[in-house]
Design a binder for this molecule. Structure first.
Ligand SMILES: CC(C)(COP(=O)(O)OP(=O)(O)OC[C@H]1O[C@@H](n2cnc3c(N)ncnc32)[C@H](O)[C@@H]1OP(=O)(O)O)[C@@H](O)C(=O)NCCC(=O)NCCS
Length: 337
C-alpha cells in the first residue's frame, strides 16, 4: 500500500541518502549522499519555511519517491512579495510509474508559484505537461583563473586539452580601474550592518528576497568551504557576496549590491574576482546570471557563457505575469552545492 506523503525526519536521512544513490546512480561516497548535507539542506531551520523541506512517499515502509523544496520569496518591482519554491533531489522508484509526478504535484500546491531552472532532461520533458511554462533562460558564466592548475588537478579526459586551450585563450581580466572604488571585507557572519541593504532591495527588476538568517544559513553549507564578504563603496556598505569553494572551483552563490548602474555591477564582479583569485587553489569561478545588466557586467570582467538553461514557471494565478526577468542566483536552487 502507498502511504501518505510525509515530511522527512532526521531518522530518515540514511534511508533517503541510499534511495538517492540508487535512483541517481550516484557514487555512494559522493557528497550527494552525505547525510550532513541533506540535514543542512532540508532540516536546518529557515524562517521562510515551516518544518522539513523534504518529503517522501513510502510503500510498505520503503521510500518510493522523494522531493525537496527550496523556498524563495520574489520581491516584485511593484513592491509586492510572492512566495515560490523550486524542487530539488526529485527521485522516484521506476517500478511504480507516476509516483514521482504525484509527489511533485503535491509540493506544487504548497506555494502559489513554483519554478525550475534547467533540470535533468526528464524534468524538462515532464514539467511543461504539468502546468509549467518556459519564461526565459538562465545563463551560467565562468571565469578562468588558473587553467593550467585545473588541467593538472582534474582527472585527464578527452575534454581536458580543449578546456586548457579555452582557458589559455580566455583569461579573466582583473581590471583594477573597474573594482577600485569597491572594497571587499571577509566576514564570518553577516550582522545588522547589512540590514539597510536588505531592506532597500526594491528594484526595477524582480529579486529573490534575502534575510540575514538566509545568508548565515548559506554560510553553514557543510559541503563547500563557504566565504562571506561585505562590499563597501566610499566606506559605506553597498552590498555583499557569498562564495562556496569545492576543490578547484569557486561558485558565486549569491551577490547583491544596492545599485542598478551597470558600472557598479562591473565593479562588484571585479571585486568578487579579485577576492577569489587570492585563493591559490581556485582554478575557475562559476556564476549564474539571468539579467542582461548582470551578463554585461560579467562579460566586461572576462567571464564567458558556459551554458544556457531553460527557466520554467508554474504560476496558476498569473501573479508573475510582469515579473520576469527575475534575478536568480545559484542560491535559488541546489546547482551550487
Ligand atoms: C523524474 C522522476 C522523479 C519522475 O518520476 P515518475 O513520475 O515516477 O516517473 P515515470 O517514469 O512514471 O514518468 C512520468 C512521465 O515522464 C515520462 N518520462 C520518464 N522518463 C523520461 C525521460 N527520461 N525522458 C522523457 N520523459 C520521461 C514518462 O513517459 C511519463 O510520461 P507519461 O505520464 O506520459 O507516461 C523519475 O523519472 C526519476 O527518479 N528520474 C531519475 C532522477 C532524475 O533525473 N530526477 C530529476 C532531477 S531534476
Amino acid at each position: 500500500m502507498i502511504a501518505a506523503i510525509r515530511p522527512t525526519e532526521r531518522k530518515d536521512l540514511p534511508a533517503l541518502a541510499n534511495f538517492l544513490v540508487r535512483v541517481y546512480k550516484f557514487d555512494s561516497t559522493g557528497h550527494h549522499a552525505d547525510t550532513k548535507l541533506l540535514e543542512w539542506k532540508y532540516l536546518c531551520p529557515r524562517p521562510s519555511w515551516k518544518g522539513s523541506r523534504s518529503y517522501v512517499l513510502e510503500k510498505d515502509g520503503r521510500i518510493v519517491a522523494h522531493c525537496g523544496v527550496c523556498p524563495v520569496t520574489f520581491q516584485l518591482p511593484s513592491g509586492d512579495a510572492l512566495e515560490s519554491i523550486t524542487m530539488t533531489d526529485w527521485a522516484a522508484d521506476s517500478s511504480i510509474p507516476g509516483v514521482g509526478v504525484m509527489l511533485y504535484r503535491k509540493l506544487m500546491a504548497m506555494a502559489p508559484t513554483s519554478f525550475v531552472i534547467g533540470g535533468a532532461p526528464v524534468t524538462r520533458q515532464i514539467v511543461p505537461r504539468i502546468g509549467f511554462r518556459q519564461v526565459g533562460e538562465a545563463a551560467t558564466y565562468s571565469a578562468w583563473l588558473r587553467p593550467w592548475r585545473e588541467f593538472l588537478v582534474r582527472p585527464l579526459v578527452g575534454r581536458s586539452f580543449a578546456r586548457l586551450l579555452h582557458g589559455w585563450t580566455h583569461p579573466v581580466r582583473i581590471r583594477e580601474e573597474l573594482s577600485r572604488p569597491w572594497v571587499y571585507t571577509r566576514v564570518t557572519e553577516f550582522d545588522d550592518s547589512l540590514q539597510p541593504i536588505l531592506n532597500h532591495a526594491k528594484r526595477s527588476w524582480t529579486t529573490c528576497q534575502r534575510t540575514l538568517a538566509d545568508l548565515n544559513y548559506l554560510l553553514k553549507c557543510p559541503h563547500l568551504e563557504m566565504m562571506g564578504f561585505l562590499l563597501q563603496r566610499q566606506s559605506e556598505i553597498a552590498g555583499y557576496f557569498l562564495v562556496g569553494k569545492s576543490e578547484w572551483e569557486a561558485r558565486l552563490l549569491d551577490i547583491f549590491i544596492d545599485s542598478e548602474d551597470v558600472n557598479d555591477w562591473k565593479s562588484a564582479y571585479g571585486a568578487v574576482t579579485k577576492a577569489i583569485q587570492r585563493d591559490p587553489e581556485v582554478c575557475r569561478i562559476r556564476v549564474q546570471a539571468t539579467l542582461p545588466i548582470l551578463r554585461q557586467a560579467l562579460i566586461s570582467n572576462g567571464y564567458w557563457c558556459q551554458c544556457r538553461e531553460p527557466l520554467f514557471i508554474y504560476d496558476p494565478s498569473r501573479a508573475l505575469e510582469r515579473a520576469f526577468p527575475v534575478a536568480f542566483q545559484l542560491f535559488d536552487g541546489d546547482a551550487g552545492y
